[in-house]
Design a protein around this ligand. Structure first.
Ligand code: NAD
Ligand code: UDP
Length: 360
């Protein structure tokens, strides 16, 4: 299939482009660059072994997006394009509504005009708010606890309404838990701007000496060791889930909503210790007050994704830490670091696919 990947130069999108190409799909990226580096393309091309089409386009720019749809006959769209920082969304909610909700509306309109009716949407476990029960199933109550979460909830609802109005439109809502890790090549990974909000990139920056100490937000939760518990999922497993979801949605001609997590809860200190083992570095930390709005324990029931897609997370927390550390150690400045020799082979693909991609 020929797939438009909106936000494909970002963290999860870039890994998914590799997975798509690895399964013989043709990839066209549309990314505004608001949270991505232009250097991602060079690395993606090295991984994929063929030229990729990349367009610097904001999904809210209907005219530019319509031109893209007119140039390529897309079979489906993967929609990663969003702003994603919870704290930032509390400071400037209108920007989040505009980019994430406005962007989704504009994209759906352009898709409808072009007659493209297959969408895979990047949703989040944040739509469960502070869940009353773990593991969290897809039929748990939905609730937004911050502006970012509201944008995901509203986008899911908009997509559901569109599916209700158009009997031929199919959408897969993928609710990610906590994506971490990097491609094992060390060529692509997470490159946060400024101070990381999330635990794993913060640990990585402490390990590489960019930050002195980690702050552990609370040690008095009713959890295994008092620290917050989350469901960390390797980004390579997550990327594969997108291809499985896309192929299932198209093959079975049906839409669905699934959780993407491992089903295992890991505490902050368990992750810190796993990272120390993987990296051989000590991660100094201080326990500080709880972060406002945090839940004690959130982890997925991922059984629906397995039942529908045959998908299951394969990487354990040691692999997540190993690959996160490999990326960080190879690229202490993220994508601003010089490109080194790849350490794993390129994606293996049939010759015909390489030729098709080269002609894109
Ligand atoms: P990311 O910021 O690395 O990637 C998002 C990409 O979208 C960036 O390259 C950015 O430049 C681009 N973008 C943003 N707004 C755009 C617009 N209007 N038009 C075109 N491009 C635009 O984030 P990520 O971690 O790869 O997340 C991808 C998606 O997954 C997002 O929708 C995010 O909300 C969702 N998600 C992420 C996490 C996480 O922890 N990383 C968890 C759950 C859900
Ligand atoms: N956390 C922490 N220190 C940090 C960042 C996060 O102790 O610098 C904790 C946080 O309180 C939560 C867990 O790590 O229990 C995961 O936080 P993250 O922001 O990565 O994910 P989310 O809470 O959004 O699921």
């Amino acid at each position: 299939m020929r797939i438009l990947v909106c936000g494909g130069a970002g963290y999860i999108g870039s890994h998914t482009c590799v997975a798509l190409a690895g399964r013989g799909h043709q990839v066209v990226i549309a990314d505004s660059g608001v949270n991505s580096s232009s250097r991602v393309m060079q690395r993606l091309q090295r991984l994929v072994g063929a030229p990729l089409s990349m367009h610097r386009v904001d999904v809210r720019d209907r005219r530019a997006m319509a031109a893209l749809f007119a140039t390529y006959r897309f079979d489906a769209v993967l929609h990663f394009a969003a702003l994603k920082a919870v704290g930032d969304s509390c400071r400037r909610p209108l920007d989040y509504f505009d980019n994430n909700i406005g962007g989704t509306i504009a994209l759906l309109q352009v898709m409808q005009e072009a007659g493209v009716r297959r969408l895979v949407f990047s949703s989040s476990a944040t739509v469960y708010g502070d869940p009353s029960q773990v593991p969290v199933r897809e039929d748990a109550a939905l609730q937004a606890t911050n502006p970012y979460g509201r944008t995901k909830l509203v986008a899911e609802q908009l997509i559901e309404d569109l599916c209700g109005s158009d009997p031929h439109f199919r959408a897969a809502n993928l609710r990610y838990f906590n994506p971490v890790g990097a491609h094992p090549s060390g060529l692509i990974g997470e490159d946060p701007c400024g101070e990381p909000n999330n635990l794993m990139p913060y640990i990585c920056q402490v390990a590489v000496g960019q930050r002195d100490r980690l702050q552990v937000f609370g040690s008095d939760y009713p959890t295994v060791d008092g620290t917050g518990v989350r469901d960390y999922i390797h980004v390579v497993d997550l990327a594969r889930a997108h291809v499985d979801a896309l192929e299932y949605m198209v093959g079975a001609d049906r839409g669905f909503t699934v959780n993407l997590g491992t089903g295992r809860g890991i505490s902050v200190l368990e992750l810190v210790h796993a990272f120390e083992r993987a990296s051989g570095r000590r991660i100094p930390y201080d326990v500080v007050a709880r972060r406002p709005g945090d839940s004690a324990e959130v982890f997925a029931d991922p059984s629906l994704a397995h039942a529908l897609l045959g998908w299951r997370a394969e990487h354990d927390v040691d692999a997540m830490c190993r690959d996160a550390w490999h990326w960080q150690a190879q690229n202490p400045q993220g994508y601003r670091s010089p490109l080194r020799r790849a350490t794993t082979p390129r994606v293996q693909r049939p010759r015909a696919v390489v030729a098709r991609l080269a002609g894109a």
